[in-house]
Design a protein around this ligand. Structure first.
Ligand SMILES: Cc1cc2nc3c(=O)[nH]c(=O)nc-3n(C[C@H](O)[C@H](O)[C@H](O)COP(=O)(O)OP(=O)(O)OC[C@H]3O[C@@H](n4cnc5c(N)ncnc54)[C@H](O)[C@@H]3O)c2cc1C
Length: 475
Protein backbone atom coordinates (compact mmCIF):
# COMPACT_ATOMS: atom_id res chain seq x y z
CA UNK A 1 0.00 0.00 0.00
CA UNK A 2 1.41 3.41 -0.87
CA UNK A 3 1.65 5.60 2.19
CA UNK A 4 -0.12 8.52 0.60
CA UNK A 5 -3.24 7.92 -1.44
CA UNK A 6 -4.48 10.68 -3.62
CA UNK A 7 -7.92 10.71 -5.14
CA UNK A 8 -8.05 12.64 -8.35
CA UNK A 9 -11.10 14.12 -10.08
CA UNK A 10 -12.15 12.55 -13.39
CA UNK A 11 -13.41 14.68 -16.24
CA UNK A 12 -16.90 15.11 -14.81
CA UNK A 13 -15.36 16.59 -11.70
CA UNK A 14 -17.59 14.45 -9.48
CA UNK A 15 -15.74 11.17 -9.19
CA UNK A 16 -12.56 10.70 -7.29
CA UNK A 17 -10.05 7.97 -8.13
CA UNK A 18 -6.98 6.86 -6.32
CA UNK A 19 -3.88 7.90 -8.24
CA UNK A 20 -2.18 4.62 -7.41
CA UNK A 21 -4.78 1.86 -7.71
CA UNK A 22 -7.32 3.72 -9.91
CA UNK A 23 -10.10 2.58 -7.60
CA UNK A 24 -12.93 5.07 -7.28
CA UNK A 25 -13.69 6.34 -3.79
CA UNK A 26 -17.26 5.01 -3.86
CA UNK A 27 -18.06 6.00 -0.31
CA UNK A 28 -17.78 9.69 -0.93
CA UNK A 29 -19.13 10.18 -4.43
CA UNK A 30 -22.72 10.96 -3.48
CA UNK A 31 -21.68 13.11 -0.59
CA UNK A 32 -19.20 15.11 -2.65
CA UNK A 33 -21.77 15.67 -5.38
CA UNK A 34 -24.30 16.95 -2.88
CA UNK A 35 -21.78 19.20 -1.18
CA UNK A 36 -20.63 20.63 -4.47
CA UNK A 37 -24.18 21.44 -5.53
CA UNK A 38 -24.96 23.11 -2.23
CA UNK A 39 -21.76 25.11 -2.28
CA UNK A 40 -22.36 26.29 -5.83
CA UNK A 41 -25.80 27.54 -4.83
CA UNK A 42 -24.31 29.38 -1.87
CA UNK A 43 -21.59 30.92 -3.96
CA UNK A 44 -24.22 32.06 -6.41
CA UNK A 45 -26.12 33.73 -3.57
CA UNK A 46 -22.90 35.29 -2.34
CA UNK A 47 -22.07 36.76 -5.73
CA UNK A 48 -25.59 37.90 -6.49
CA UNK A 49 -26.04 39.77 -3.21
CA UNK A 50 -22.55 41.09 -2.71
CA UNK A 51 -21.78 42.50 0.69
CA UNK A 52 -24.84 43.92 2.36
CA UNK A 53 -24.48 44.81 6.00
CA UNK A 54 -28.21 45.46 6.32
CA UNK A 55 -29.29 41.84 5.90
CA UNK A 56 -29.04 39.58 8.86
CA UNK A 57 -28.14 36.60 6.69
CA UNK A 58 -24.58 35.60 7.39
CA UNK A 59 -24.67 32.07 6.03
CA UNK A 60 -23.13 33.08 2.75
CA UNK A 61 -20.04 34.29 4.56
CA UNK A 62 -19.65 30.89 6.12
CA UNK A 63 -19.23 29.21 2.74
CA UNK A 64 -15.74 28.42 1.57
CA UNK A 65 -14.40 30.73 -1.11
CA UNK A 66 -13.78 29.15 -4.51
CA UNK A 67 -10.10 28.47 -5.10
CA UNK A 68 -7.26 26.07 -4.40
CA UNK A 69 -8.61 25.32 -0.90
CA UNK A 70 -11.96 24.20 -2.31
CA UNK A 71 -11.21 20.49 -2.43
CA UNK A 72 -10.03 20.50 1.15
CA UNK A 73 -13.06 22.47 2.25
CA UNK A 74 -15.47 20.06 0.59
CA UNK A 75 -14.25 16.99 2.31
CA UNK A 76 -11.63 14.33 2.22
CA UNK A 77 -9.05 14.56 -0.53
CA UNK A 78 -6.07 12.34 -0.03
CA UNK A 79 -5.43 12.26 3.71
CA UNK A 80 -6.36 15.79 4.57
CA UNK A 81 -9.79 17.25 5.07
CA UNK A 82 -11.32 20.21 6.77
CA UNK A 83 -14.78 21.01 7.89
CA UNK A 84 -14.52 24.56 6.58
CA UNK A 85 -17.80 25.71 7.99
CA UNK A 86 -17.18 24.37 11.50
CA UNK A 87 -13.65 25.77 11.55
CA UNK A 88 -14.80 29.19 10.44
CA UNK A 89 -17.56 29.25 13.04
CA UNK A 90 -15.08 28.36 15.75
CA UNK A 91 -12.68 31.04 14.67
CA UNK A 92 -15.38 33.53 13.73
CA UNK A 93 -17.61 32.55 16.63
CA UNK A 94 -21.40 32.88 16.53
CA UNK A 95 -23.18 34.07 13.44
CA UNK A 96 -23.93 37.56 14.79
CA UNK A 97 -20.28 37.91 15.72
CA UNK A 98 -19.28 36.64 12.28
CA UNK A 99 -21.40 39.33 10.67
CA UNK A 100 -19.60 42.06 12.63
CA UNK A 101 -16.23 40.50 11.83
CA UNK A 102 -16.89 40.37 8.10
CA UNK A 103 -18.35 43.86 8.01
CA UNK A 104 -15.25 45.32 9.68
CA UNK A 105 -12.84 43.22 7.62
CA UNK A 106 -14.50 44.06 4.29
CA UNK A 107 -14.54 47.77 5.09
CA UNK A 108 -10.93 47.96 6.24
CA UNK A 109 -9.78 45.75 3.36
CA UNK A 110 -11.14 48.29 0.87
CA UNK A 111 -9.35 51.22 2.54
CA UNK A 112 -5.74 51.82 1.55
CA UNK A 113 -4.91 53.39 4.91
CA UNK A 114 -5.33 49.95 6.50
CA UNK A 115 -3.21 48.03 4.00
CA UNK A 116 -0.04 46.53 5.44
CA UNK A 117 2.98 48.37 4.02
CA UNK A 118 5.44 46.22 2.07
CA UNK A 119 8.31 47.30 4.31
CA UNK A 120 7.94 47.62 8.07
CA UNK A 121 7.96 51.38 8.80
CA UNK A 122 10.10 52.83 11.60
CA UNK A 123 8.22 52.91 14.90
CA UNK A 124 7.43 56.66 14.77
CA UNK A 125 5.76 56.15 11.39
CA UNK A 126 3.84 53.14 12.77
CA UNK A 127 2.56 55.35 15.58
CA UNK A 128 1.55 58.08 13.13
CA UNK A 129 -0.29 55.54 10.96
CA UNK A 130 -2.09 54.04 13.96
CA UNK A 131 -3.25 57.53 15.02
CA UNK A 132 -4.58 58.24 11.50
CA UNK A 133 -6.23 54.82 11.37
CA UNK A 134 -8.00 55.53 14.64
CA UNK A 135 -9.46 58.76 13.23
CA UNK A 136 -10.65 56.90 10.12
CA UNK A 137 -12.03 54.07 12.23
CA UNK A 138 -14.16 56.56 14.18
CA UNK A 139 -15.49 57.89 10.87
CA UNK A 140 -16.73 54.42 9.85
CA UNK A 141 -19.02 54.39 12.90
CA UNK A 142 -19.12 50.61 13.35
CA UNK A 143 -20.60 51.38 16.72
CA UNK A 144 -23.60 53.67 17.02
CA UNK A 145 -24.82 56.12 19.63
CA UNK A 146 -26.94 53.21 20.82
CA UNK A 147 -23.84 51.09 21.48
CA UNK A 148 -22.50 53.63 23.95
CA UNK A 149 -25.88 53.87 25.70
CA UNK A 150 -26.56 50.13 25.98
CA UNK A 151 -26.49 48.41 29.35
CA UNK A 152 -23.08 47.23 30.58
CA UNK A 153 -23.39 43.66 29.34
CA UNK A 154 -24.58 44.45 25.82
CA UNK A 155 -22.18 47.33 25.39
CA UNK A 156 -19.16 45.37 26.59
CA UNK A 157 -20.13 42.40 24.40
CA UNK A 158 -20.31 44.72 21.35
CA UNK A 159 -17.01 46.37 22.26
CA UNK A 160 -15.31 42.98 22.65
CA UNK A 161 -16.69 41.75 19.32
CA UNK A 162 -15.41 44.87 17.57
CA UNK A 163 -12.09 44.48 19.36
CA UNK A 164 -11.80 40.93 18.07
CA UNK A 165 -12.66 42.06 14.55
CA UNK A 166 -9.94 44.73 14.46
CA UNK A 167 -7.41 42.55 16.26
CA UNK A 168 -7.63 40.05 13.39
CA UNK A 169 -6.34 42.62 10.91
CA UNK A 170 -4.70 45.47 12.79
CA UNK A 171 -3.40 44.91 16.30
CA UNK A 172 -2.18 48.50 16.78
CA UNK A 173 -5.60 49.92 16.04
CA UNK A 174 -7.30 47.35 18.24
CA UNK A 175 -5.13 48.19 21.27
CA UNK A 176 -5.28 51.93 20.63
CA UNK A 177 -9.07 51.91 20.50
CA UNK A 178 -9.45 49.49 23.42
CA UNK A 179 -7.33 51.62 25.77
CA UNK A 180 -8.18 55.06 24.50
CA UNK A 181 -11.92 54.67 24.01
CA UNK A 182 -13.64 51.54 25.24
CA UNK A 183 -11.75 50.79 28.46
CA UNK A 184 -11.67 54.49 29.37
CA UNK A 185 -15.34 54.97 28.60
CA UNK A 186 -16.43 51.79 30.39
CA UNK A 187 -14.49 52.76 33.51
CA UNK A 188 -15.98 56.27 33.47
CA UNK A 189 -19.48 54.84 33.25
CA UNK A 190 -19.06 52.28 35.99
CA UNK A 191 -16.83 54.17 38.44
CA UNK A 192 -17.97 57.71 37.67
CA UNK A 193 -21.26 59.55 37.97
CA UNK A 194 -23.36 61.83 35.78
CA UNK A 195 -20.78 64.62 35.96
CA UNK A 196 -18.21 62.43 34.17
CA UNK A 197 -20.38 61.11 31.35
CA UNK A 198 -19.34 63.87 28.94
CA UNK A 199 -15.82 62.37 28.96
CA UNK A 200 -17.24 59.05 27.83
CA UNK A 201 -19.31 60.65 25.05
CA UNK A 202 -16.28 62.63 23.85
CA UNK A 203 -14.19 59.44 23.70
CA UNK A 204 -16.84 57.59 21.65
CA UNK A 205 -17.14 60.57 19.29
CA UNK A 206 -13.40 60.63 18.69
CA UNK A 207 -12.98 64.05 20.33
CA UNK A 208 -10.81 62.71 23.12
CA UNK A 209 -8.19 59.95 23.33
CA UNK A 210 -7.25 58.59 26.71
CA UNK A 211 -4.72 56.34 28.40
CA UNK A 212 -5.22 54.07 31.39
CA UNK A 213 -2.35 54.77 33.79
CA UNK A 214 -2.12 52.08 36.46
CA UNK A 215 1.29 50.36 36.27
CA UNK A 216 4.34 52.00 37.84
CA UNK A 217 8.03 51.22 37.42
CA UNK A 218 8.09 49.53 40.84
CA UNK A 219 4.73 47.75 40.75
CA UNK A 220 2.62 46.06 38.08
CA UNK A 221 0.72 43.04 39.36
CA UNK A 222 0.66 44.17 42.98
CA UNK A 223 -1.53 47.22 42.43
CA UNK A 224 -2.23 47.70 46.12
CA UNK A 225 1.35 48.93 46.54
CA UNK A 226 1.16 51.61 43.85
CA UNK A 227 2.63 54.86 45.20
CA UNK A 228 1.34 57.77 43.10
CA UNK A 229 -0.62 60.03 45.48
CA UNK A 230 -3.63 62.33 45.04
CA UNK A 231 -3.84 64.56 48.12
CA UNK A 232 -6.97 66.63 48.65
CA UNK A 233 -6.46 70.36 49.26
CA UNK A 234 -9.69 71.81 50.78
CA UNK A 235 -8.52 75.42 50.33
CA UNK A 236 -8.54 75.12 46.52
CA UNK A 237 -10.93 72.12 46.33
CA UNK A 238 -8.38 70.36 44.16
CA UNK A 239 -6.43 67.12 44.25
CA UNK A 240 -2.65 67.50 44.07
CA UNK A 241 -1.05 64.55 42.26
CA UNK A 242 2.55 63.61 43.02
CA UNK A 243 5.08 60.97 42.03
CA UNK A 244 7.27 60.48 45.12
CA UNK A 245 10.22 58.95 43.21
CA UNK A 246 11.15 57.24 39.96
CA UNK A 247 9.89 53.82 41.18
CA UNK A 248 6.42 55.42 41.35
CA UNK A 249 6.55 56.78 37.77
CA UNK A 250 3.67 55.45 35.67
CA UNK A 251 5.23 53.30 32.99
CA UNK A 252 4.23 51.22 29.91
CA UNK A 253 1.05 53.27 29.54
CA UNK A 254 -0.45 52.83 26.05
CA UNK A 255 -1.33 56.07 24.13
CA UNK A 256 0.55 58.16 26.72
CA UNK A 257 3.82 58.55 24.79
CA UNK A 258 2.52 60.91 22.10
CA UNK A 259 -1.20 60.92 21.44
CA UNK A 260 -3.54 60.98 24.44
CA UNK A 261 -5.00 64.20 25.80
CA UNK A 262 -6.44 62.62 28.98
CA UNK A 263 -5.41 59.76 31.25
CA UNK A 264 -7.30 57.71 33.76
CA UNK A 265 -4.80 57.81 36.62
CA UNK A 266 -4.94 55.37 39.54
CA UNK A 267 -3.50 56.91 42.72
CA UNK A 268 -3.68 56.57 46.51
CA UNK A 269 -6.30 59.06 47.71
CA UNK A 270 -5.14 61.04 50.76
CA UNK A 271 -7.18 63.41 52.95
CA UNK A 272 -6.44 64.88 56.38
CA UNK A 273 -7.73 61.55 57.79
CA UNK A 274 -5.01 59.58 56.01
CA UNK A 275 -4.79 57.29 52.97
CA UNK A 276 -7.97 55.67 51.61
CA UNK A 277 -6.48 53.37 48.98
CA UNK A 278 -6.45 53.29 45.21
CA UNK A 279 -8.93 55.54 43.36
CA UNK A 280 -9.33 56.56 39.73
CA UNK A 281 -9.04 60.17 38.51
CA UNK A 282 -9.62 61.74 35.09
CA UNK A 283 -6.49 63.78 34.43
CA UNK A 284 -5.90 66.23 31.54
CA UNK A 285 -2.46 65.50 30.07
CA UNK A 286 -1.98 67.48 26.86
CA UNK A 287 -3.34 70.60 25.27
CA UNK A 288 -5.60 69.16 22.53
CA UNK A 289 -4.62 71.92 20.08
CA UNK A 290 -0.81 71.73 20.41
CA UNK A 291 -0.44 68.23 21.92
CA UNK A 292 2.13 69.69 24.34
CA UNK A 293 2.00 68.36 27.93
CA UNK A 294 0.72 70.69 30.65
CA UNK A 295 3.20 72.18 33.16
CA UNK A 296 3.82 69.92 36.16
CA UNK A 297 4.11 66.76 34.07
CA UNK A 298 7.23 64.93 32.93
CA UNK A 299 6.24 62.46 30.26
CA UNK A 300 7.50 60.74 27.15
CA UNK A 301 7.53 57.67 24.96
CA UNK A 302 9.34 54.56 26.23
CA UNK A 303 10.78 53.89 22.76
CA UNK A 304 10.97 50.82 20.51
CA UNK A 305 9.47 47.57 21.76
CA UNK A 306 9.71 43.98 20.49
CA UNK A 307 6.34 44.48 18.78
CA UNK A 308 3.18 46.58 18.75
CA UNK A 309 5.21 49.65 17.86
CA UNK A 310 2.16 51.50 16.57
CA UNK A 311 1.23 52.02 20.21
CA UNK A 312 2.97 54.95 21.90
CA UNK A 313 3.57 53.39 25.31
CA UNK A 314 4.80 56.09 27.66
CA UNK A 315 5.87 57.10 31.15
CA UNK A 316 4.72 60.02 33.31
CA UNK A 317 5.71 61.70 36.58
CA UNK A 318 3.54 64.26 38.40
CA UNK A 319 4.97 67.27 40.24
CA UNK A 320 2.30 68.96 42.40
CA UNK A 321 -0.08 68.60 39.49
CA UNK A 322 -3.54 69.95 40.35
CA UNK A 323 -6.90 68.68 39.11
CA UNK A 324 -10.45 69.68 40.17
CA UNK A 325 -12.12 67.71 43.01
CA UNK A 326 -14.83 66.68 40.52
CA UNK A 327 -12.32 64.63 38.50
CA UNK A 328 -12.37 61.85 41.11
CA UNK A 329 -14.56 58.99 39.80
CA UNK A 330 -16.96 58.99 42.71
CA UNK A 331 -19.68 56.36 42.28
CA UNK A 332 -18.55 54.34 45.29
CA UNK A 333 -16.40 56.83 47.24
CA UNK A 334 -16.17 60.61 47.33
CA UNK A 335 -14.50 63.55 49.07
CA UNK A 336 -16.71 66.45 50.15
CA UNK A 337 -15.72 70.03 49.38
CA UNK A 338 -14.59 70.34 53.03
CA UNK A 339 -12.34 67.31 52.71
CA UNK A 340 -14.36 64.53 54.38
CA UNK A 341 -13.95 61.08 52.81
CA UNK A 342 -17.21 59.16 52.23
CA UNK A 343 -17.48 55.59 51.01
CA UNK A 344 -20.19 53.01 50.45
CA UNK A 345 -17.82 50.18 51.48
CA UNK A 346 -17.40 49.04 55.06
CA UNK A 347 -14.30 47.03 54.09
CA UNK A 348 -11.53 49.16 52.46
CA UNK A 349 -10.38 46.06 50.46
CA UNK A 350 -13.60 46.30 48.46
CA UNK A 351 -12.57 49.75 47.25
CA UNK A 352 -9.53 48.25 45.52
CA UNK A 353 -11.70 45.60 43.86
CA UNK A 354 -14.17 48.24 42.67
CA UNK A 355 -11.37 50.42 41.28
CA UNK A 356 -9.84 47.56 39.30
CA UNK A 357 -12.93 45.57 38.30
CA UNK A 358 -13.29 47.23 34.92
CA UNK A 359 -9.70 46.71 33.94
CA UNK A 360 -10.41 42.97 33.76
CA UNK A 361 -12.34 43.65 30.55
CA UNK A 362 -9.03 44.92 29.15
CA UNK A 363 -7.39 41.61 30.09
CA UNK A 364 -10.19 39.72 28.32
CA UNK A 365 -9.45 41.92 25.30
CA UNK A 366 -5.78 40.89 25.44
CA UNK A 367 -6.83 37.22 25.30
CA UNK A 368 -8.96 37.97 22.25
CA UNK A 369 -6.12 39.83 20.57
CA UNK A 370 -3.69 36.97 21.21
CA UNK A 371 -6.04 34.33 19.80
CA UNK A 372 -6.89 36.55 16.81
CA UNK A 373 -3.16 36.74 16.06
CA UNK A 374 -2.80 32.96 16.37
CA UNK A 375 -5.83 32.41 14.11
CA UNK A 376 -4.47 34.80 11.46
CA UNK A 377 -1.04 33.20 11.52
CA UNK A 378 -2.31 29.64 11.30
CA UNK A 379 -4.77 30.55 8.52
CA UNK A 380 -1.91 31.95 6.44
CA UNK A 381 0.21 28.85 7.10
CA UNK A 382 -2.60 26.41 6.24
CA UNK A 383 -3.54 28.26 3.06
CA UNK A 384 0.05 28.35 1.92
CA UNK A 385 0.46 24.64 2.64
CA UNK A 386 -2.64 23.84 0.61
CA UNK A 387 -1.40 25.58 -2.53
CA UNK A 388 2.33 24.91 -2.26
CA UNK A 389 3.12 21.63 -4.06
CA UNK A 390 6.25 19.51 -3.68
CA UNK A 391 6.89 15.92 -4.89
CA UNK A 392 4.19 13.29 -5.50
CA UNK A 393 3.67 9.51 -5.76
CA UNK A 394 4.45 9.62 -9.47
CA UNK A 395 7.81 11.39 -10.04
CA UNK A 396 6.59 12.64 -13.42
CA UNK A 397 3.00 13.26 -12.35
CA UNK A 398 1.19 15.88 -10.38
CA UNK A 399 2.87 17.07 -7.18
CA UNK A 400 1.07 17.01 -3.85
CA UNK A 401 0.19 20.05 -1.73
CA UNK A 402 2.60 20.01 1.19
CA UNK A 403 -0.32 19.87 3.62
CA UNK A 404 -0.62 16.19 2.62
CA UNK A 405 2.68 15.43 4.35
CA UNK A 406 2.52 14.26 7.93
CA UNK A 407 5.42 16.40 9.08
CA UNK A 408 3.62 19.54 7.87
CA UNK A 409 0.39 18.41 9.52
CA UNK A 410 2.25 17.64 12.74
CA UNK A 411 3.68 21.15 12.73
CA UNK A 412 0.49 23.04 11.95
CA UNK A 413 -2.60 21.16 13.11
CA UNK A 414 -2.01 21.57 16.87
CA UNK A 415 -2.22 25.33 16.32
CA UNK A 416 -5.48 25.01 14.37
CA UNK A 417 -6.83 23.03 17.33
CA UNK A 418 -5.44 25.58 19.80
CA UNK A 419 -7.02 28.51 17.92
CA UNK A 420 -10.43 26.77 17.91
CA UNK A 421 -10.27 25.60 21.54
CA UNK A 422 -9.07 28.95 22.87
CA UNK A 423 -11.68 30.77 20.81
CA UNK A 424 -14.44 28.63 22.31
CA UNK A 425 -13.01 29.09 25.81
CA UNK A 426 -12.88 32.89 25.47
CA UNK A 427 -16.45 33.06 24.23
CA UNK A 428 -17.82 31.20 27.25
CA UNK A 429 -15.42 33.03 29.58
CA UNK A 430 -16.74 36.40 28.35
CA UNK A 431 -20.31 35.28 29.01
CA UNK A 432 -19.45 34.30 32.57
CA UNK A 433 -17.31 37.38 33.16
CA UNK A 434 -20.06 39.75 32.03
CA UNK A 435 -22.58 37.88 34.15
CA UNK A 436 -20.33 38.22 37.22
CA UNK A 437 -19.78 41.95 36.66
CA UNK A 438 -23.48 42.52 36.19
CA UNK A 439 -24.24 40.63 39.40
CA UNK A 440 -21.61 42.62 41.26
CA UNK A 441 -23.11 45.88 39.93
CA UNK A 442 -26.45 44.74 41.31
CA UNK A 443 -24.82 44.09 44.69
CA UNK A 444 -25.03 40.26 44.55
CA UNK A 445 -22.42 38.30 46.50
CA UNK A 446 -19.95 36.45 44.27
CA UNK A 447 -18.19 34.36 46.89
CA UNK A 448 -20.03 31.11 46.12
CA UNK A 449 -20.61 31.73 42.46
CA UNK A 450 -19.56 28.92 40.19
CA UNK A 451 -20.61 27.55 36.85
CA UNK A 452 -23.13 25.18 38.42
CA UNK A 453 -24.82 28.11 40.15
CA UNK A 454 -25.03 30.05 36.91
CA UNK A 455 -26.58 27.12 35.07
CA UNK A 456 -29.08 26.68 37.91
CA UNK A 457 -30.05 30.35 37.73
CA UNK A 458 -30.69 30.20 34.02
CA UNK A 459 -31.98 26.77 32.91
CA UNK A 460 -31.72 27.81 29.25
CA UNK A 461 -27.95 27.73 29.67
CA UNK A 462 -28.01 24.06 30.54
CA UNK A 463 -28.99 23.13 27.00
CA UNK A 464 -28.00 26.10 24.87
CA UNK A 465 -24.71 25.52 23.10
CA UNK A 466 -23.69 27.98 20.42
CA UNK A 467 -21.06 25.76 18.83
CA UNK A 468 -21.52 23.47 15.86
CA UNK A 469 -22.13 19.87 16.75
CA UNK A 470 -19.08 18.05 15.39
CA UNK A 471 -21.17 14.92 14.80
CA UNK A 472 -23.57 16.68 12.45
CA UNK A 473 -22.92 17.75 8.90
CA UNK A 474 -22.58 21.52 8.96
CA UNK A 475 -24.32 22.10 5.67
C1 LIG B 1 2.97 46.07 25.83
C2 LIG B 1 2.50 46.47 27.20
C3 LIG B 1 1.52 47.43 27.33
C4 LIG B 1 1.09 47.83 28.58
N1 LIG B 1 0.14 48.80 28.68
C5 LIG B 1 -0.23 49.24 29.90
C6 LIG B 1 -1.20 50.29 30.04
O1 LIG B 1 -1.73 50.82 29.06
N2 LIG B 1 -1.53 50.71 31.29
C7 LIG B 1 -0.98 50.14 32.41
O2 LIG B 1 -1.33 50.57 33.50
N3 LIG B 1 -0.07 49.14 32.30
C8 LIG B 1 0.32 48.68 31.09
N4 LIG B 1 1.24 47.66 30.98
C9 LIG B 1 1.81 47.09 32.18
C10 LIG B 1 1.17 45.76 32.53
O3 LIG B 1 -0.12 45.97 33.02
C11 LIG B 1 2.08 45.09 33.54
O4 LIG B 1 3.25 44.71 32.83
C12 LIG B 1 1.45 43.89 34.17
O5 LIG B 1 0.43 44.30 35.03
C13 LIG B 1 2.46 43.06 34.94
O6 LIG B 1 3.18 43.85 35.82
P1 LIG B 1 4.78 43.80 35.84
O7 LIG B 1 5.29 43.93 34.46
O8 LIG B 1 5.24 44.80 36.84
O9 LIG B 1 5.12 42.34 36.32
P2 LIG B 1 5.45 41.86 37.80
O10 LIG B 1 4.34 42.26 38.69
O11 LIG B 1 6.83 42.28 38.18
O12 LIG B 1 5.42 40.31 37.56
C14 LIG B 1 6.51 39.64 36.90
C15 LIG B 1 6.21 38.17 36.81
O13 LIG B 1 5.96 37.62 38.10
C16 LIG B 1 4.69 36.97 38.12
N5 LIG B 1 4.05 37.19 39.42
C17 LIG B 1 3.93 38.36 40.06
N6 LIG B 1 3.28 38.18 41.21
C18 LIG B 1 2.96 36.87 41.28
C19 LIG B 1 2.25 36.07 42.23
N7 LIG B 1 1.71 36.60 43.34
N8 LIG B 1 2.10 34.77 41.96
C20 LIG B 1 2.61 34.23 40.83
N9 LIG B 1 3.29 34.93 39.90
C21 LIG B 1 3.45 36.23 40.13
C22 LIG B 1 3.90 37.64 37.00
O14 LIG B 1 2.92 36.79 36.48
C23 LIG B 1 4.97 37.90 35.98
O15 LIG B 1 5.18 36.77 35.18
C24 LIG B 1 1.66 47.23 29.74
C25 LIG B 1 2.63 46.25 29.61
C26 LIG B 1 3.05 45.87 28.36
C27 LIG B 1 4.11 44.80 28.24
Amino acid sequence: MPRIQRYKKNTTGLQYKCNNCQKADEREQGEIKELRQKTRQSLYVHKARGFDSNTGDTTRYLMPPWGPMQDFALGRLGLTWFNWCAESICIGSRQTTSMVLYKVWKTLEADELFHTPQLTPVSDEQKRRAALQLIRYHQYKFYTEGTANNNYKRKTRTILTLNEAIAGVNMNLSVKFALGVSLFSNTILSLGTERHHHFSRAAWNGELLSAVALTEVGHGSNTKQLRTTATYDPSSQQFVINTPDFQAAKCWIGNLGKTCTYALVFAQLITVDGSHGLHAFVVPIRDPTTFLPYPGLILGDIGDKAGLNGIDNGFIMFQNYRIPRENLLNRTSDVTAEGDYETSFSNPEQQLGAALENLSAGRVGIMQESVATLASAITIAIRYSAVRRQFGPDPDGEELPIIEYEMQQWRLFPYVAAACALRIFIESFIDQYLECVEMSHSGAKLAHLDVQDMVKQDPAKATAHPWPNPNKACW
